[in-house]
Design a protein around this ligand. Structure first.
Ligand SMILES: C[S@@+](CC[C@H](N)C(=O)[O-])C[C@H]1O[C@@H](n2cnc3c(N)ncnc32)[C@H](O)[C@@H]1O
Length: 114
């Protein structure tokens, strides 16, 4: 499916999203997290929330997926800068996930269905 992402990925919009954290924007998800479970973050953007998810379930792997190349690049840079080993970012669409069915214990999605 081809989709146009209307808000775009300007530096301004990306910086705005990168200030988000799991605690500021994902409180609803905290009761569903525990160490060792695998989590997918759909439409992860620049990855700040994804990295918090990784901290919450470490050492299990968290994967973020986004169809914005600039978002995946920013997310990977942030993970390297903060030395987060248990996170991987994937360029791709939520409509065609490059993972096997039933692979994840939890799937997180924030601010993607606008
Ligand atoms: C408003 S941002 C939210 C980013 C992050 N979840 C957050 O809350 O900070 C929405 C993100 O979803 C991504 N996105 C929207 N539709 C998508 C789709 N069909 N597949 C993959 N990514 C998508 C956009 O590229 C954008 O980075």
């Amino acid at each position: 499916m081809t989709e146009h992402y209307t808000p775009g990925h300007s530096d301004n919009a990306t910086d705005f999203m990168a200030r988000r954290s799991l605690h500021s924007h994902g409180q609803f998800f905290l009761p569903f997290l525990k160490q060792g479970i695998e989590v997918l973050d759909l439409g992860c953007g620049p990855g700040s929330i994804t990295l918090d998810l990784a901290a919450a379930v470490s050492p299990a792997m968290v994967r973020g997926i986004d169809f914005g190349p600039s978002q995946i690049q920013k997310a990977q840079e942030l993970a390297q800068k903060l030395h987060v080993p248990n996170v991987q970012f994937h360029l791709g669409s939520c409509y065609q996930l490059p993972f096997p069915n039933c692979h994840f214990d939890r799937v997180f999605a924030h601010a993607i269905m606008e």
